[in-house]
Design a protein. Structure first.
Length: 132
């Protein structure tokens, strides 16, 4: 597994989804209001279209979600599970922040690794997440 730098943490606006490329894979990077980062695949499992980066970031209860723009399914950003259809799931990716730069794991489902600066942005809170 490798970590690929995709952008600066400060370039991500809270509650906005941003597309990034990991080689030939499209991913979506999301920064929530509390500073936590999530990375999921950009391909909508329902339609096969790479459009999740155009979705709406929100929450259901205490779960951060990404709403697919075409058929409006809600995906849990932490687990990738579809909250509207248990048969659907989006890939999740490990994410970390080192020296203010967001890095994403090249293998889907990889766990986040500790950052070099454990007091700064990106100290992982759970698999696939990092927070400021």
């Amino acid at each position: 597994m490798r970590w690929i730098a995709v952008c600066r943490y400060d370039d991500l606006l809270p509650e906005r989804a941003v597309a990034a490329l990991l080689g030939d894979e499209q991913v979506v990077v999301v920064r929530t209001h509390d500073g936590t980062l999530y990375v999921v695949g950009n391909r909508d499992p329902d339609t096969g279209a790479c459009v999740l980066s155009r979705g709406i970031v929100g929450s259901r209860g205490d779960r951060p979600t990404l709403i697919a723009p075409l058929h409006k399914q809600a995906y849990d950003l932490g687990t990738g599970a579809c909250l509207d259809d248990p048969a659907l799931r989006v890939q999740t990716y490990g994410v970390r922040v080192d020296d203010g730069v967001v890095h994403v794991a090249t293998r889907p489902g990889a766990r986040s690794a500790p950052t070099a600066d454990a007091t700064g942005p990106g100290v992982p809170q759970a698999a696939g997440t990092a927070s400021k």
